[in-house]
Design a protein around this ligand. Structure first.
Ligand code: NZQ
Ligand code: ZN
Length: 393
């Protein structure tokens, strides 16, 4: 087994009605004045925000509300949140919503205690070493941001989307109630299912595999999401399905599914540029590029793709032609994405093909303007990145 460090200290409180404990929990973590951060209004419409406010009041906590986090959350609102924290003397940040509200809140939490520009962290110019404590109430199983050490923010100027991962971003606790997912539109449920799968796949397909225990956890997460994803798409209020997906979402991105492996992460990097330039939903962008990426790299580890096909999709191994099993596994994944309404090409994602100038710009941004390559199964430089975008049609 390859060596690894596993540190995932977020406390998980899971079950019906757990959001009503939020005031008590924040108080136990020493919070006195809370910034409650949310998105475009789903938490108001569902009545969740009212319950959160009631719980904070009951615990005797002061709070300030800041809504408006959008999908692909923007830097401008992060600056606003930082100012608000300083002005109001906030000592705890509580996002209520999906990954966008949580990521925005994490950025606010590191920015509020930093003298420089918070974008420095996303631009690789500084490393955050302290933060206001955060926790969260999750309403969308997808990003894993509820337990992850990551935050992804988009800078409006130039449409630059950047992700970071640092231990100080790890939430203190997360409150996971599967019933909060019942109101999700089908498209968001499907994007979430895809993202959860991709957090495991981007670790599973990696240079330097395999750690058997880690691989088996990864395969179990994938099988669970695939099975219950279908159920949730058909019956949005199926408690069992929502529960399984919700917990899989956290496990998928708390590092458990990739211990001892560097991961590859090219699909995520390719999507981030699409999200930054075209403001597409993250999960949909991942589905649109995954097949093209997989076919581009499959010959680097045919047996790994074939194993994935056998253990996750129940395919029969073709020992005479493992590449055929690998291709079948890629096709099964694409067919699943299509069956839940996800695009499997960029044309389907955007409603048109990319122009050559856009391919060039996406690839340039994806290399951080010539500062990096991506991937580990196959290392992709600018030309290879362009090839994959072109192959994704
Ligand atoms: O804004 P509101 O009104 O809340 O509506 C949201 C939004 O329109 C809606 N929604 C959320 N929960 C709902 C609901 N509608 C009805 N009922 C509910 N229960 O869904 C829409 C999408 O929400 P958003 O938070 O944007 O989605 P998601 O959770 O997929 O987050 C996407 C962002 O996270 C980043 C993505 O790149 C993207 O910017 N990621 C963050 C990661 C991390 N921090 O670890 C890792 C991921 O790979 C990802 O990059
Ligand atoms: Zn993701």
């Amino acid at each position: 087994m390859n060596a690894f460090v596993f540190y995932s200290p977020t406390k998980v409180i899971f079950g019906k009605g757990v959001e009503n404990q939020v005031g008590r929990e924040i108080k136990a973590w020493g919070g006195t004045k809370v910034l409650v951060h949310f998105g475009g209004g789903s938490v108001k419409r569902s009545g969740l925000l009212d319950r959160v406010e009631a719980s904070l009041k009951e615990a005797g906590l002061d709070y300030v509300l800041l809504g408006g986090a959008v999908p692909n959350p923007r830097l401008g609102l992060v600056y606003e949140g930082i100012d608000l924290c300083r002005k109001e003397g906030i000592d705890f940040v509580l996002p209520v919503g999906g990954g966008s509200a949580i990521d925005s809140a994490k950025a606010i939490a590191i920015g509020a205690v930093y003298d420089g520009d918070v974008w420095d962290f996303y631009d690789g110019k500084a490393v955050p070493t302290e933060a206001l404590p955060t926790a969260n109430i999750l309403t969308l199983a997808a990003t894993g941001s509820e337990t992850s050490e990551h935050s992804v923010i988009t800078k409006e100027e130039g449409g630059i989307k950047r992700g970071i991962g640092f231990p100080v971003l790890r939430p203190k606790f997360t409150l996971l109630n599967p019933e909060l997912l019942y109101t999700l539109p089908p498209y968001q449920t499907a994007c979430g299912i895809t993202d959860i799968m991709m957090h495991t796949l981007d670790r599973y397909f990696s240079k330097g595999g395999c750690n058997e225990m880690t691989d088996r956890i990864a395969e179990a997460v994938l099988r669970t999401v695939i099975q219950y994803g279908k159920v949730a798409m058909e019956n949005p209020t199926d408690y069992t399905a929502r529960s399984e997906i919700l917990w899989a979402g956290s496990i998928s991105h708390n590092d458990m599914t990739g211990l001892g492996l560097p991961g590859d992460w090219s699909p995520h990097q390719l999507e981030h540029e699409l999200g930054g330039m075209f403001d597409v939903a993250h999960g949909a962008g991942l589905a649109a590029v995954w097949g093209a990426w997989a076919r581009y790299v499959v010959d680097a580890d045919v047996m790994r793709f074939a194993r994935y096909g056998v253990n996750v999709w129940g395919l029969n191994m073709n020992w005479e032609d493992p590449a055929a099993t690998a291709e079948e596994a890629i096709r099964a994944t694409e067919a699943y994405f299509a069956s839940i309404g996800m695009p499997t090409t960029i044309s389907q994602l955007l409603g048109r093909a990319l122009t050559e100038a856009e391919v060039e710009e996406l690839a340039e941004k994806c290399t951080f303007f010539g500062r990096r390559t991506i991937g580990s199964l196959k290392v992709l430089g600018k030309e290879e990145i362009k090839d994959v975008y072109r192959a994704a049609l």
